[in-house]
Design a protein around this ligand. Structure first.
Ligand code: FE
Length: 198
């Protein structure tokens, strides 16, 4: 397992190195998206503890939190048929599907309230999608399957579990929302056994 966990460690160090170059958001989304795409190309590294669904609702596990809260990496685990409410992020985010598949329906703010933008995108394993207030920040995400778990890996430009943001009701009215995290301990990326595969 440790050799596999090295994939996450090298993703985290690669993403931190990218942000240290102080890129603008388009560069973060494009270069960071390539890093995430490589991470989710292989489904052999996520520890089972961070892949457990909950019967009631989707779960969000923190996998890594940057010390300056400049970025966070989370696993989103959907049980069969589970979905998020319509929600925003307020910061840039990257979503890469690791297992199963997801449906993401974007929404736009209009004078008449929130309106779905086109049909939902189906995200298959290895596919990466971006969100941000600049390019479109409001969506609803659902497990594409009624009979199995789906998992995606997300990266956000903040400690996302602590960000004050909003969910939206059917009339487009915002409701304050701080997601928190489902876990109290994190995978140990820094043990010397977490090393490149031989
Ligand atoms: Fe989202």
């Amino acid at each position: 397992m440790s050799g596999d966990l090295y994939r996450l460690r090298s993703f985290v160090t690669g993403f931190a190195a990218l942000l240290r170059r102080n890129p603008d958001e388009p560069a973060i989304l494009s270069e960071g998206g390539q890093l995430l795409s490589a991470l989710v190309a292989r489904d052999d590294w996520l520890p089972d503890a961070y892949a457990q669904p909950d019967p009631e609702r989707y779960r969000q596990y923190l996998l890594h939190g940057d010390s300056a809260e400049a970025f966070s990496v989370v696993s989103f685990v959907w049980g069969p048929g589970q979905a998020t409410p319509v929600h925003d992020h307020t910061v840039w985010g990257l979503v890469g599907v690791l297992r199963g598949a997801e449906l993401s329906q974007p929404y736009a703010r209009t004078p008449d309230g929130l309106v779905p933008q086109g049909s939902p995108a189906r995200l298959e394993p290895g596919r990466v999608e971006a969100v941000s207030p600049r390019i479109g920040d409001i969506h609803r995400v659902a497990n594409a399957f009624d009979d199995r778990v789906s998992i995606s890996i997300h990266v956000y430009g903040a400690n996302i579990g602590a960000v004050r943001r909003a969910t939206y009701d059917a009339q487009g009215r915002p409701k304050p929302f701080v997601s928190g995290y489902a876990n109290t301990t994190l995978p140990n990326l820094w043990d010397p056994s977490v090393s490149p595969p031989a």
